[in-house]
Design a protein around this ligand. Structure first.
Ligand code: SAM
Length: 320
């Protein structure tokens, strides 16, 4: 049964990023859109206000790197004030988080997911293209301190690159109230690496269990999200698995995506989108935009092309 309660919107607020993660936008292959292609804050706020009228209750800001957007604090403040949006969160690489966490919390951000693919400095540099591991770890601690909770850590596991990091990352959940989530790599362009880089989460789980013992089932609400969560015995936090390649969760997916250049995508892997930027910039009345949003929602509800291939796409533009 396709989901009926489509209430979640992921918004890529910029395609720019200060890292060049090999699995997302590898070093030397950076390509960013012209600033004029990116939705302005006024456009994003108007659109999310209309989305809220169509039942969107949860909004996640992503990118590119959302904290690179100059007006991000003001944007969060305005979005937090939209009636109907109950949950405003962000996915960030954490590099700029330590200095911004307190203000983000103050203006209404509820929680953060932080990408962290290795705890070893050299391994982190190899993946992210920059030696910024300590900044990310500081960002994580600051997010915990100011209460941007729950803090979740996202780790994309790539064979021969960071599989060796799984134990250290999972170990973090023993000491800290964080959910460390292992994400199966999804090939997006030929530059991000072949599908053979992907490690099934069953293998990741075996590695964790052989070091820490059997994982305990943990009932945590992911509000229909794709992650399943477990706990290492006596851990403060949790470990989670997002298994987008070895399993199919389309029938549970309640998320729409808005790309940084103003396209609503009902499915990450689907090629089809609705171009709302054209309407916004043509001075279109709310009713016509609402009509388009309802069409996108209807398509999402009827979506049955499980894991359909979109061809090449840029994760930084869509936001993961
Ligand atoms: N810059 C932010 C960050 O690093 O978290 C937000 C943007 S990033 C595109 C959003 C999420 O997409 C991250 O959690 C990242 O791990 C995930 N992601 C990017 N490329 C991916 C890929 N090829 N396969 C699986 N997940 C990917």
């Amino acid at each position: 049964m396709p989901p009926t309660n489509i209430d979640y919107l992921r918004v890529s607020v910029t395609d720019r990023c200060n890292l060049r993660c090999t699995y997302c936008n590898p070093l030397g292959h950076a390509h960013f859109a012209d600033d004029r292609e990116t939705l302005s804050s006024d456009e994003i706020v108007r659109l999310i206000g209309l989305c809220a009228r169509c039942g969107i209750r949860r909004v996640r800001l992503t990118g590119g790197e959302p904290l690179l957007r100059e007006d991000i604090i003001g944007l969060v403040r305005r979005l937090a004030g939209i009636a109907g949006v109950d949950d405003l969160s962000m996915t960030t690489n954490g590099v700029l988080l330590a200095s911004m966490a307190a203000e983000l919390k103050e203006v209404g951000l509820k929680r953060v997911n932080i990408s962290l693919d290795a705890m070893d400095r050299e391994c982190y540099r190899q993946i992210a293209g920059a030696e910024l591991l300590s900044r990310v770890i500081d960002g994580m601690h600051r997010a915990l301190e100011v209460g941007l909770a729950p803090v979740r850590i996202n780790c994309v596991v790539i064979r021969d690159v960071n599989l060796s990091q799984v134990e250290t990352l999972a170990e973090m959940s023993l000491r800290l109230p964080v959910a460390v989530r292992f994400i199966e790599y999804c090939p997006t362009t030929r530059l991000t690496g072949p599908a053979s880089c992907y490690v099934p989460n069953s293998e990741v789980r075996r590695i964790i269990e052989s070091r820490f013992g059997p994982l305990l089932d943990l009932v945590v609400s992911d509000s229909g999200g794709p992650a399943v969560y477990f706990k290492i015995q006596d851990a403060v936090g949790a470990v989670g698995f997002i298994s987008g390649r070895s399993s199919v969760f389309c029938h549970r997916c309640t998320r729409l995506r808005l790309s940084s250049d103003g396209k609503i995508k009902p499915c990450l892997y689907g090629g089809h989108y609705y171009d709302v930027k054209i309407l916004l910039r043509a001075g279109t009345e709310d009713d016509a935009i609402l009509h388009l949003l309802r069409r996108a929602l209807q398509e999402k509800r009827q979506h049955t092309k499980l894991n359909a291939a979109a061809g090449d796409f840029l994760m930084q533009q869509i936001g993961g």
